[in-house]
Design a protein around this ligand. Structure first.
Ligand code: 5GP
Length: 412
């Protein structure tokens, strides 16, 4: 595990509310209780949320609903986003694509858009706290001023890792402003690099992380709701949103409800990744493969024909070992389809899925792969290096990541 922590890694499949620290869940509940609020979960449910054990896929979705009932405010979302970025950075993840489902909660004054802003504020706050960054200057900036549209209501006003998060922006770190939602872009091609260090050296020294956001469509959502999420993703490209994901309970919804919105996402230059084949749904999985998304997640339950179609598609696959075993989507680590796909040379990326819910880290996933499939350190390093090619980063960022990987490979 220690050796795996030294590898610079790429995380492409991490759900925000699934990556929340159990301790943070407890603290948010304590704060709500101290404020006299009725708690949304019982003591027993809280134990279940924080237990990190085996649970069926169906149980997981009940659990996510409980977590969502706790993480209801902008401050909570910003805090969680900041902590998740910090946790991945500490695990030597140099590139993170975090994903989350924007939720409108009128009772908390939350719209899908303000949800997104709160998450982005948390990410940007965490990045501003990384080594090599200027401190977050909260005194000299009017973060809610009209000249910074979109910076007001979503700013993290809660506690982040014991500090007050006050809405530090990427403007502190990067040189030019873009009009679309009033934050700075990296100077090069493509969408904004949400990065803790705009100099190449910061990241190569292992102290930096590039973070992008994907917006998830929940399978419970209809076509109009899916389209709204896609439109928001396009609007927030300027703050590092690079793609959309389809996730949520695989037992509900139908592909026809979201396929048009996903096509709009692709036309808007967003990356598209789909949760596929978590349960055996051959018609849906075939339709998803025919759509040719940029990436797929899981693909645990494919028949021979679908497995063949996946292999000939060469679509990169995000694989989450602990999640798949704990939810019994695959029977054991050695039987995980990673092995077969890896040997066949299919593009695969190791990911955590829900590090908080499943009690894992990306380094731990690499260590499990080493043990279960007999991968050497240099094979793991190569796996990480190849993952760069499947990111939704722009070419300049990929180039920086490649050089980090090359340097690390030279010493592995
Ligand atoms: P959020 O989008 O609220 O930040 O993260 C939690 C959500 O991610 C869950 O409610 C669910 O929609 C999705 N999610 C997390 N893990 C999984 C998974 O293993 N499979 C699927 N299909 N969805 C997941």
């Amino acid at each position: 595990l220690l050796a795996c922590r030294q590898i610079p890694k790429v995380e492409l499949h991490a759900h925000l509310n699934g990556s929340v620290r159990p301790q943070t869940i407890r603290e948010i509940l304590e704060e709500r209780s101290a404020a006299g609020e009725a708690l949304p979960v019982t003591e027993l449910q809280l134990k279940d949320i924080t237990a990190c054990g085996d649970r069926s896929l169906a149980d997981c979705f009940r659990l996510f609903d409980l977590i969502h009932a706790i993480t209801t405010t902008h401050a909570a979302l910003s805090r969680i986003a900041a902590e998740v970025v910090r946790d991945f950075a500490e695990d030597r993840v140099v590139y993170l694509e975090l994903r989350t489902t924007p939720k409108a909660r009128p009772e908390y004054g939350m719209t899908k858009e303000s949800y997104i802003k709160a998450v982005l504020d948390g990410i940007e706050f965490a990045l501003s706290q990384q080594p090599g960054q200027q401190p977050c200057d909260t005194t000299s900036k009017d973060l809610s001023s009209p000249s910074r549209p979109g910076r007001g209501d979503g700013a993290p006003k809660g506690k982040v890792d014991g500090r007050e998060a006050a809405g530090c922006t990427l403007g502190v770190m990067a040189p030019r402003m873009d009009g679309c939602c009033g934050v700075a872009l990296s100077p090069a091609d493509g969408p904004a690099a949400v990065t803790s260090d705009d100099s190449a050296d910061g990241i190569t020294d292992g102290v930096g992380i590039i973070v992008k956001l994907l917006l998830s469509i929940d399978r419970r959502e209809d076509a109009a709701a899916a389209l709204e999420t896609v439109q928001l993703a396009a609007r927030y490209k300027c703050r590092g949103v690079v793609g959309v994901d389809l996730s949520g309970n695989p037992y509900v919804g139908s592909w026809a409800s979201w396929s048009e919105a996903l096509a709009v996402a692709r036309a808007a230059g967003l990356g598209v990744t789909l949760h596929a084949g978590e349960v055996y749904t051959p018609f849906e999985t075939a339709a998803m493969l025919a759509f040719r998304p940029d990436r797929l997640g899981h693909c645990c339950r494919l028949d021979r024909e679908l497995a063949e179609a996946l292999r000939s598609s060469a679509i990169p696959l995000e694989l989450c070992l602990t999640s798949n075993v704990l939810t019994q989507s695959v029977p054991s680590y050695p039987e995980h389809h990673f092995a077969e796909l890896y040997v066949a040379g299919h593009p695969v990326v190791l990911c955590t899925d829900d590090s908080g819910v499943f009690g894992t880290t990306l380094s731990r996933e690499y260590a499990i792969a080493a043990t279960a499939f007999g991968l050497s350190m240099s094979a793991l390093m190569e796996l990480s290096r190849k993952s760069v090619e499947y990111t939704f980063a722009n070419e300049q960022e990929k180039q920086r990541l490649r050089s980090i990987m090359d340097r690390a490979s030279a010493t592995t």
